[in-house]
Design a protein around this ligand. Structure first.
Ligand code: FES
Length: 265
């Protein structure tokens, strides 16, 4: 049986089976079968289209606070200084940066996950649209900043050990294998072995009280791989709450205060 005949046969059979108890005529049933098939086909197309886009993944809304536990004022952030908070899980660190300049949104297709899913990125928030946040888990082999050691961080200016004279400035640099990400372009990969941008963390800025709330991620999440790779380490560092969702508030610290040994390379 040719493919189309076979498909028609299966559609008709399933519609007849469904219609028999209703008493519909054979032609009404065939017509219903075609309608059902069209709807199924549209649904499948629509599912496929969605799969090709990386959409924001909403987690709980988490207010960013200073180290005293008071709501962090966006204006208190120093430009081009590396801050850390945790979101969406207790053990998953995020870079928070005031890039000191307006950061425009990027249209869809500028950024893609390793799986090829395209996404638009909303750019900076805050009064000057200069505030951005990205997961601090390197998209190459999941290196991340801990309280003891950090191989990945934002570098104001050029990296200390820039491999080429035209190495980019003001990038997030991972010293493990020298992946570089541009936080002004949605953490797009500028060089190195990483295959996708750092996952973005979306922020809401409340202009009235100048506070920041994290509410979603966007892009290639690596949390499952991260928890799998570091399960034993995280259970010692963070304990049983490592994979617990951050509840309501997350403390923002300068990387230099959060980590004892921020490695520069
Ligand atoms: S783990 Fe970051 S570049 Fe390899």
């Amino acid at each position: 049986m040719r493919l189309m005949d076979r498909r028609h046969f299966l559609e008709t059979c399933s519609a007849h089976a469904a219609c028999a108890p209703t008493g519909l005529s054979a032609s009404a049933c065939s017509s219903a079968a075609r309608g059902i098939a069209s709807l199924a086909s549209l649904a499948s197309l629509s599912t496929h289209a969605l799969a090709a886009d990386a959409l924001p993944k909403n987690y709980g809304r988490v207010l960013l606070t200073d180290e005293r536990g008071d709501p962090l004022k966006a204006r208190s952030l120093k430009p081009q200084v590396n801050y850390i908070f945790h979101y969406p899980f207790e053990a998953t660190p995020v870079f928070l940066l005031d890039l000191g300049k307006a950061v425009p949104a990027l249209k869809k297709d500028t950024l893609r996950t390793e799986a090829g899913d395209a996404y638009a990125w909303p750019g900076g928030v805050g009064k000057a649209r200069s505030l951005v946040a990205f997961s601090a888990i390197c998209a190459h082999q999941l290196v991340y900043p801990t309280q003891q050691l950090s191989f990945i961080s934002f570098r104001k200016g050029k990296p200390v050990q820039a491999k080429t004279p035209d190495a980019g400035a003001d990038l997030i640099h991972c010293c493990a294998d020298h992946s570089q990400y541009d936080p002004a372009q949605g953490a797009k990969v500028m060089s190195g072995p990483a295959k996708q941008p750092l996952c973005a963390v979306l922020l809401d800025h409340n202009a009235k009280d100048d506070t920041l709330t994290a509410y979603a991620t966007l892009g290639g999440e690596l949390f499952d791989a991260f928890f799998k790779k570091y399960e034993a380490k995280l259970s010692i560092e963070v304990g049983s709450k490592a994979r617990q969702a951050v509840a309501q508030r997350s403390v923002v610290k300068e990387l230099e205060r959060y980590c004892k040994n921020p490695v520069k390379c």
